[in-house]
Design a protein around this ligand. Structure first.
Ligand code: ATP
Length: 454
């Protein structure tokens, strides 16, 4: 993982957030190649979850939401606890629950210092329920929601306006709008890619656990009790999506949640075998019953029942959710594609990304920098190809070095303009050499066919 983090920095994929000021933990900026990869992943996610689904629509909701949203969702009440984290496996425990058993009581107004004095977790000999270790961080009064100072001009309450702890709430808030203004009928899905912010106690593992991240969510609304078959189908589709985009199946697995929240019917994660720390959650797939809409109906007072247009039957739809962090997805595709291989006596780093995900689709080179006619032709081809795909022009250094630079960032094809291209007496006149990233083999392609071939 250290090698991948260094690679991401070196080749302009991912930078530490606010690096010139010393960097901020849990925040990352995507660089020029990173943003292309990220956008391509989003395009493929949208293709599978919106474009190719007849009964799915996409929305993009505002980041700020009425404060009641987070009360209804359970985030306001559910996260303000004194928490300690196992230093070994990062499991968090509510220390008030543990120490309550021996007569130590928490007070909501306690300062962090008072809290830490009263709750000496390490002296209390508490075993981590997950790994059995007894090594805890000092407890912190913790609410995962990030507050903003945006005014709550509704005059309804004193709850601060939070940044979203999860992006999907925007879908629930717009469920009625979507039903009223589009032609969707249950069962239907709503997709969204949106920002989420969490006061993570210990951000770690690069893009895996950040304080600001993007989530790609789908919420599939079904008739009550008609969840099971659809849930199995969605689970498998999501798994297959990663494999279809090149992730090695042996590096992916399903894991069922052992402890379900009280309203959930079932919950599974798709896990990826990350370098250095092994299998961990990339995507959650949750069978959530009618909890979300029921809560918002209760708190907003708006009737969120769905009326079946044929039978007139009224009900609150059940929800099947898929939720994945864009950063975790990015890390999955990048780690899986990152390859170091021997070429003769040398080594090359090659990012074996699926072509659909590659940040740059083609690099165009003149064979030699000091031959104006080659440079001019290469520039002309580059300008033409750039109309339809992300391309790069490179005339710097020997051709081998230029190939290696493109291999490292996963460019599927290098196009070389050489003397034959311009030599009317050559059988290869009017063609360019196209070199394949994975096989390293070259073929000649007519310049007019280039766009189609690529
Ligand atoms: P975890 O158990 O790893 O904290 P979670 O179960 O809290 O994750 P959800 O709330 O279900 O996660 O969020 C859905 C998805 O959002 C996760 O599967 C993950 O891909 C992503 N995600 C959650 N928290 C973070 C984070 N702090 N940084 C980056 N991605 C995250």
């Amino acid at each position: 993982m250290d090698e991948i983090i260094a690679f991401c920095k070196r080749r302009g994929f991912v930078y530490q957030g606010s690096e010139i000021y010393g960097g901020m933990a849990g925040l990352y900026d995507f660089g020029p190649y990173g943003v292309q990869l990220l956008n391509n992943i989003k395009t493929e996610w949208r293709r599978a979850n919106v474009q190719m689904k007849q009964n799915y629509v996409e929305i993009d909701s505002a980041i700020f939401k009425m404060p009641e949203t987070w009360v209804a969702s359970g985030h306001v009440g559910g996260f303000a606890d004194p928490l300690s984290e196992c230093k070994k496996c990062h499991t968090r425990i509510r220390v008030d629950k543990e120490l309550g058993k021996i007569g130590v009581e928490a007070d909501e107004k306690m300062s962090e210092k008072e809290l830490q004095e009263i709750f000496d977790v390490n002296k209390a000999n508490i075993k981590c329920p997950h790994c059995g270790a007894k090594d805890w961080t000092e407890p912190k009064m913790f609410n995962l929601l990030v507050k903003s100072n945006l005014g709550d001009f509704t005059g309804k309450g004193e709850t601060p306006v939070y940044l979203p702890g999860e992006a999907c709430q925007g879908i629930y808030l717009n469920y009625k709008n979507i039903v009223d203004t589009t032609r969707v009928k249950v069962p239907f899905g709503v997709a969204q890619i949106g920002k989420a912010f969490r006061n993570e106690i210990s951000p770690r593992n690069f893009l895996f656990r950040c304080r600001e991240f993007e989530q790609a969510d789908t919420q599939y609304f079904v008739r009550p009790h008609e969840n099971e078959e659809a849930y199995q189908k969605i689970k498998q589709e999501r798994f297959d999506w990663y494999v279809n985009l090149g992730v090695k199946a042996e590096n992916l697995r399903f894991k069922q949640h052992e402890h379900l929240v009280f309203y959930a019917n079932d919950a599974w994660d798709i896990e990826y075998n990350f370098p250095s720390y092994g299998f961990d959650e990339v995507e959650g797939i949750h069978d959530r019953t009618d909890y979300d809409l029921t809560q918002h109906m209760k708190f907003s007072g708006v009737d969120l029942n769905y009326t079946d247009p044929t039978t007139g039957e009224k009900y609150i739809p059940w929800i099947l959710e898929t939720s994945v962090g864009m950063g975790r997805m990015f890390l999955t595709f990048l780690s899986d594609a990152y390859t170091v291989e021997k070429v003769g006596d040398n080594e090359r780093v090659v990012l074996k990304l699926d072509k659909r995900l590659a940040p740059i689709k083609a690099a165009v080179f003149p064979l030699l920098k000091n031959k104006p006619e080659l440079v001019e032709k290469a520039r002309e081809i580059y300008a033409k190809l750039s109309e339809t795909m992300m391309c790069e022009f490179d005339d710097n250094g020997n051709i081998g070095k230029r190939y290696r630079r493109q291999d490292e960032i996963g460019t599927p094809a290098c196009v070389v303009v050489d003397f034959d291209t311009l030599d009317e007496n050559s059988p290869n006149f009017g063609t360019v050499a196209v070199r394949d990233r994975d096989t390293m083999e070259q073929t000649r392609v007519k310049t007019e066919d280039l766009e189609k071939v690529l």
